[in-house]
Design a protein around this ligand. Structure first.
Ligand SMILES: Cc1cc2nc3c(=O)[nH]c(=O)nc-3n(C[C@H](O)[C@H](O)[C@H](O)COP(=O)(O)O)c2cc1C
Length: 188
């Protein structure tokens, strides 16, 4: 059966570097017959988690915040793999991405054990020279810890240096890596 992939773009730049890496992953996944849907988080109304813990109560069926995450929760549940693409902002993931991650706290209210076995791909770009100089490593480590904790499988992480929007395109190695990675994500 064709795998379903959900791409979550965490940059305000629709055609930015992280979105380009995500697009390459999408192309690779589609070449392996996956069905891919992309969500531009910045364009959605997604409030930060307010720690009401309503979603954690026994028998809870949903997050108490009625915004665009409601629709996204359903898409997260029905897909086999997620691609999370983010720029490095202030030595970590973007705020849009972090708000999305926090709101995923409520996902178990929609389905029992929603994270187990979910295949995850991370795509990140940064203006610094390398993952350490930019502190992309902080974000990568956060994703590793978070998805390890909830027992999802990080299939891989692709990242590269690029400051101006679109600059990542000239990094052929990373672009190819992202494409191959998409194929791998869809064929597992
Ligand atoms: C608010 C802001 C904070 C940033 N912080 C960092 C940083 O801490 N480290 C870094 O290497 N680059 C930083 N950058 C540069 C971006 O990570 C870089 O331009 C990236 O490729 C943007 O990806 P995008 O085109 O997908 O938005 C920052 C850019 C902005 C706008």
């Amino acid at each position: 059966m064709a795998k379903k992939v959900l791409v979550l773009l965490g940059s305000p730049r629709r055609k930015g570097n992280s979105a380009m890496l995500a697009e390459q992953i999408t192309k690779g996944a589609k070449s392996a017959k996956a069905k891919v849907e992309t969500i531009y988080l910045h364009g959605r109304t997604i409030a930060p988690c307010k720690a009401c813990f309503a979603c954690q109560k026994k028998g809870s069926k949903e997050c108490s915040i009625k915004d665009d995450m409601q629709d996204i929760y359903l898409k997260l549940i029905e897909t086999d793999a997620w691609v999370i693409a983010s720029p490095v902002y202030w030595f970590n993931m973007s705020a849009q991405t972090k708000i999305f991650m926090d709101r995923c706290f409520a996902l178990p209210a929609y389905q029992k054990e929603p994270f187990i076995g979910k295949r995850i791909a991370i795509a990140m770009t940064y203006g610094g020279e390398d993952p350490f100089d930019s502190d992309c490593v902080n974000a990568l480590r956060t994703f590793q810890d978070a998805f390890g904790y909830i027992e999802s499988q990080i299939v891989g992480m692709v990242y590269g240096s690029a400051m101006d929007a679109g600059q990542i395109r000239s990094n052929k190695k990373v672009m190819e890596e992202a494409f191959d990675f998409g194929k791998k994500l869809a064929s597992g």
